[in-house]
Design a protein around this ligand. Structure first.
Ligand SMILES: *[C@@H]1O[C@H](CO)[C@@H](O)[C@H](O)[C@H]1NC(C)=O
Ligand SMILES: *[C@@H]1O[C@H](CO)[C@@H](O)[C@H](O)[C@H]1NC(C)=O
Ligand SMILES: *[C@@H]1O[C@H](CO)[C@@H](O)[C@H](O)[C@H]1NC(C)=O
Ligand SMILES: *[C@@H]1O[C@H](CO)[C@@H](O)[C@H](O)[C@H]1NC(C)=O
Ligand SMILES: *[C@@H]1O[C@H](CO)[C@@H](O)[C@H](O)[C@H]1NC(C)=O
Ligand SMILES: *[C@@H]1O[C@H](CO)[C@@H](O)[C@H](O)[C@H]1NC(C)=O
Ligand SMILES: *[C@@H]1O[C@H](CO)[C@@H](O)[C@H](O)[C@H]1NC(C)=O
Ligand SMILES: *[C@@H]1O[C@H](CO)[C@@H](O)[C@H](O)[C@H]1NC(C)=O
Ligand SMILES: *[C@@H]1O[C@H](CO)[C@@H](O)[C@H](O)[C@H]1NC(C)=O
Length: 679
């Protein structure tokens, strides 16, 4: 009998005596999926007995459920049944798209959840219902994209989610080998198969994972206390859910077991001769070349060989020159190379207590150099050496960027195994987002401070866009990337790093980088960053800083939509931060002008947005299109004129719907399904 075809019938054991309680438990083992042992929703399919949640296309949502509800809690009591489940998954990378997003193992009360979203929402929840206890949702997420809005810790992590996509507990994906070796991280989306074990009893949960075929590691990846008695209903559906956005990955479940009584039932999963979904390596010499060579004969082969060797010599020479060039740059332009020991002792051996933040690429530590200078240290790890080389040359050119409103790069250090360390000046007053939203009253930024900060950021962006020999895009302008030095000057940080993140991917298309809420509509749609998408983010930053509200806030309308609504009602000034309004003492005219500027920067049509050169002038109160700069009064007229002439686009624009237009809502998929199911 073919192993792959082998299937234990799912069976339900009724009335198992469980700790003196008469409770029905559920046991099943599925080694190959078929239409009677799994219910499919959305884009999920079964391909050669494998549950395939999403296929190789954008904006998919797929869900596969165990066909019937299972008992999870003793009727009308707080006693949650223990359970043990295990499954084997693979995340198959795509040749055509950048990889990203993950899947969730879930307990849900209904077969479909209203208001779910694909992409980073993993086909779950939306901004309104996020975190609500009435979701009755418990899941373990396997996520391969770091979304700051969900406080994700890394781009390959496992998290425990309760009613929300913000994990209550999370850890980098991987395992602790039984022989006491250090933690081994795994790259979940490399197409290999991995086995997961999730055990729950008496409010304790363990999540363990390992490459398939390996014995279950003794030490769990995650162990936590979660009392599910209020989260679970008496009966729940249990399922896998995943989705794609612009980033695409095909999520596959190869086998699955579940039991309330037998915590070893996972032993019945077949773990050998499973397929792998790794991308084949590109052959170096194309077959065609050989065929031509063979047919034309020995003579031509010899010619070919000499041409090839000539080219190889050329390539080698060029490679050598390139390496030498990098060395030149390092010596000539770079801030100094620092020794690893120096950085290690400055950060007390990268101790956890020195962590001051978690950036897009890794942890950020505070450190003190021997001379007493304070530094911020960012540790970046790179997996392949190709990415590393590009990274080195790109950072070395960024090291030459110098501007008083950019966070200064002080030095760097390269560690073996692709570890790379950047050392920045330490910014005493932290990041802007902390000042805007969470602060005590003594730290409240005045109107003048806020305008000055915006001018600082504008001049840094102007420098990146035009002030240097080549155009540099920031790609992730947002309040948490604006840092305040000891004199409260604003400095833009993390420039270009978002870009470098790219090189680590095998991406054929541009990977969408940025933060939801600051991303221009056209960037969400086509993934192409430009100076205008930076200007859009800056526009949102203006609104955020003056209104004291985050671009996206749970339960509130999007900041841009809200301000736009007030603008249309001619009540723009009421958008200002209430705490500023209380204090008073600002120039209404000026505030209105800057709010107008914020709106025009965030205009849906990229061509209507001003350039950073114009923004800098407008912030100074100068009309960028008048040569005679004495005519200051005209800026308001200019801005309003510009907004009015493009009024028709404003009138039916809404940022939130511009985002969701590109995401088909789950509701639509569900409607499509119920009609196809009833046929
Ligand atoms: C699916 O598998 C079950 C056993 O779990 C089997 O009884 C059933 O015939 C299979 N259905 C199909 C359509 O292959
Ligand atoms: C799969 O997803 C695409 C994109 O969302 C959608 O257009 C298509 O109808 C879906 N297919 C099924 C079978 O639901
Ligand atoms: C993905 O699924 C859709 C509909 O379910 C199908 O039209 C499309 O061809 C599939 N794409 C791939 C690459 O399999
Ligand atoms: C549980 O409570 C509901 C109402 O709250 C009641 O209808 C139901 O009969 C109860 N079930 C059991 C088994 O007690
Ligand atoms: C979010 O989901 C709820 C239902 O749970 C729905 O009423 C609401 O309209 C959705 N919000 C958005 C922005 O899609
Ligand atoms: C979790 O793992 C620990 C350590 O291996 C073990 O002592 C404990 O019983 C496990 N808990 C559950 C619910 O499996
Ligand atoms: C879980 O919470 C319920 C009440 O919400 C309580 O009755 C129960 O004892 C708790 N269980 C554990 C193991 O703490
Ligand atoms: C449980 O997790 C904590 C950290 O959250 C860790 O210190 C502890 O060693 C873990 N216990 C086991 C048995 O893995
Ligand atoms: C639990 O499941 C395993 C794997 O199927 C089996 O070998 C074992 O006998 C089961 N234990 C009990 C108590 O049923």
């Amino acid at each position: 009998m073919n192993c792959q075809q082998f299937l234990l019938q799912p069976f339900i054991l009724l009335s198992i005596s469980l700790l003196f309680r008469q409770i029905s438990g559920t046991d099943f083992v599925i080694n190959s999926f078929n239409s009677s042992n799994i219910l499919l929703y959305g884009n999920a399919t079964i391909e050669s007995q494998i549950l395939t949640l999403t296929n190789e296309s954008v904006h998919n949502i797929g869900r596969g459920l165990y066909p019937s509800k299972i008992v999870t809690r003793e009727a009308n009591s707080s006693y949650v049944l223990p359970f043990s489940t295990s499954f084997i998954f693979a995340m198959a990378p795509s040749r055509l798209y950048s990889p990203g997003h993950g899947f969730v193992f879930l307990f849900v009360p209904e077969t479909g959840i209203d208001g779910t979203e694909p992409a980073q929402n993993l086909g779950l929840l939306n901004l309104t219902n996020m975190g609500k206890p009435e979701n009755h949702l418990f899941g373990v997420e396997f996520d391969v994209f770091r979304n700051e809005e969900f406080k994700d810790i890394s781009d390959s992590h496992v998290g425990i989610d309760i009613n929300s996509l913000v994990s209550d507990f999370a850890h980098d994906a991987g395992y602790w080998p039984d022989d006491g070796q250090p933690f081994k991280t795994v790259k979940m989306n490399n197409g290999k198969t991995y086995q997961v074990w999730i055990d729950y009893a008496d409010s304790r949960i363990n999540v363990t994972m390992a490459p398939t075929g390996m014995k279950r590691p003794k030490r769990p990846l995650l162990n936590a206390t979660v009392n599910l008695s209020q989260v679970f209903q008496d009966e729940m559906y249990v399922d896998f859910t995943s989705s794609t956005g612009q980033l695409v990955q095909s999520h596959k479940i190869l086998a699955w077991s579940y039991s309330n009584t037998n915590f070893s039932l996972s032993d019945a999963l077949i773990t050998n001769s499973l397929p792998s979904f790794e991308l084949p390596k590109e052959p170096i010499f194309k077959q065609k070349g050989f065929i031509v060579g063979l047919t034309v004969g020995l003579f031509l082969m010899l010619v070919l060989a000499s041409v090839v060797s000539f080219m190889l010599v050329k390539i080698c020479q060029r490679k050598k020159r390139e390496i030498e060039e990098i060395e030149d740059w390092e010596l000539e332009y770079w801030p100094h190379r620092m020794s690893y020991q120096e950085i290690e002792s400055a950060t007390k051996g990268f101790s956890e207590e020195n962590v001051i933040g978690i950036g897009g690429n890794g942890k950020v530590y505070k450190g003190t150099l021997v001379g007493g200078a304070e530094i911020a240290v960012k540790r970046i790890s790179h997996r392949n050496s190709e990415g590393m080389r590009e990274f080195v040359s790109e950072v070395s050119s960024l090291g030459r960027l110098k501007h008083r409103n950019l966070v200064g790069l002080r030095g760097w250090c390269k560690k073996e195994k692709g570890n790379f360390i950047l050392v920045y000046d330490y910014m005493e007053n932290g990041s802007l987002d902390q000042r805007i939203v969470h602060h005590n009253d003594s730290e409240l930024l005045s109107c003048e401070d806020r305008i000055r900060i915006l001018k600082d950021v504008a001049s840094a962006l102007f420098y990146l866009h035009e002030g240097w020999e080549s155009k540099v895009l920031h790609r992730d302008v947002k309040a948490s990337n604006v840092l305040l030095d000891k004199d409260m000057n604003a400095r833009l940080g993390d420039f270009g790093l978002a870009r470098m993140h790219d090189h680590d991917q095998m991406a054929a298309t541009t990977r969408v980088v940025g933060t939801v809420g600051y991303m221009a509509p056209e960037l969400v749609k086509n993934g192409r960053a430009s100076t205008q998408t930076d200007v859009f983010s800056f526009g949102i930053l203006i609104l955020e800083v003056l209104c004291g509200r985050q671009p996206i806030d749970e339960g509130k309308p999007f900041l841009l939509d809200w301000v736009l609504e007030l603008f249309k009602k001619d009540e723009l000034l009421s958008a200002l931060d209430d705490r500023l309004k209380e204090k008073g003492g600002f120039d209404n005219e000026e505030m209105e002008r800057v709010l107008h500027l914020g709106l025009i920067c965030a205009h849906p049509d990229p061509n209507v947005r001003p350039t950073m050169r114009q923004v800098v002038k407008l912030l100074e109160g100068k009309n960028p299109e008048l040569v005679d700069e004495s005519e200051e009064e005209d800026t308001k007229v200019y801005l309003l004129g510009r907004m009015k002439t493009n009024d028709n686009m404003w009138s039916d624009f809404s940022y939130s719907s511009s985002l969701s237009h590109s995401y088909p809502t789950f509701e639509k998929i569900r409607q499509g399904l119920s009609s196809s199911l009833s046929n």
